[in-house]
Design a protein around this ligand. Sequence first.
Ligand code: KG4
Ligand code: ZN
Length: 369
Amino acid sequence: MAADEPLVLGIETSCDETGVGIVHGTTLLADAVASSVDTHARFGGVVPEIASRAHLEAMVPTIERALKTAGVSARDLDGISVTAGPGLAGALLVGVSAAKAYAYALGKPLYGVNHLASHICVDQLEHGRLPEPTMALLVSGGHSSLLLSSDITSDVRPMGATIDDAAGEAFDKIARVLDLGFPGGPVIDRLAKEGDPKAIAFPRGLSGAKDPAYDFSFSGLKTAVARWIEAKRNAGEEVPVRDVAASFQEAVVDVLTRKAVRACKDEGVDHLMIGGGVAANSRLRALAEERCSRAGIRLRVPRPGLCTDNGAMVAALGAEMVARGRAASDLELSADSSLPVTESHVPGAHAHVHDHDHVHEVSKDNLYS
Ligand code: KG4
Ligand code: ZN
């Protein structure tokens, strides 16, 4: 850990986790999380108003807990980063407001960063600096994309994305049909270990020769699984939950890994990173490892705790912004629930982008004059 690496506190409130992380360069010092997931479970999904209120209550205690764990004082921070989007508008607002208040009170630069780029950047805390370029398969409850990045702070290029449901959303919906609770990913992952992935041949979306090579579709799969379950129930037969879970999961991870490896080969990229909540899936990790090693691609997947939403990922990207001299955000920064994946951060209005490489001219110092 170099002495001149930036010390950054990151705040994440895009969904139901109030996450506060503190990093020193690419070293993780603290990762405090307060989750409201149990409160949402009985509704079968995240209720935005409940999430916002829970963030409000958890915000200050979680920040204090992170500072204590890291053993640093807020005065020593080189910057504060926060998820500016995408995510639930009201939930994002709580994090952005808190980050602005701390940045203003402490006189620290503020970095509004992209949640999706953060899911990729977090891997630096575990496996060191991201190779450039890196192909990233980003699979979460709200997104499923293949992204090619030559610099996570300024160049994230979408190769493909889901045209309907996100991968995590499919896990959550199938878990609901099977009465397994919310969120669905972890429980399906667990049950699938005891099931046969070949028991039922569920469809692989957008996998025909004429289909877009890097886009995904999980809505047809979801319908096929729901119909299959319904037919069993209507026939008065018992639903083999473990086999359904295993076969459904196999259909999802088969398509994800095949398309990701293909994108790497087509683009001549030899590093694949997998991030987002679904990257915690054990079968996805195993199959990706198998297919990558066969194709001569180096696979990087953060440990499961860093795949699901957390504050460390936001701090990791914030630290990278500071390290690369990216322009800070204004204190007028607003949350953007649909912030495009191509915008790794939200530079302030006074920052000048002066060429195609997105090199920002203004140093963070003159933004606070
Ligand atoms: O990244 P994340 O924590 O939040 C979003 O930004 O959406 O992802 C949450 C999603 C949920 O849909 C959840 O079911 C899924 O990630 N997930 C999993 C697993 N753990 C979480 N999906 C499959 N297998 C898992 N082990
Ligand atoms: Zn996420």
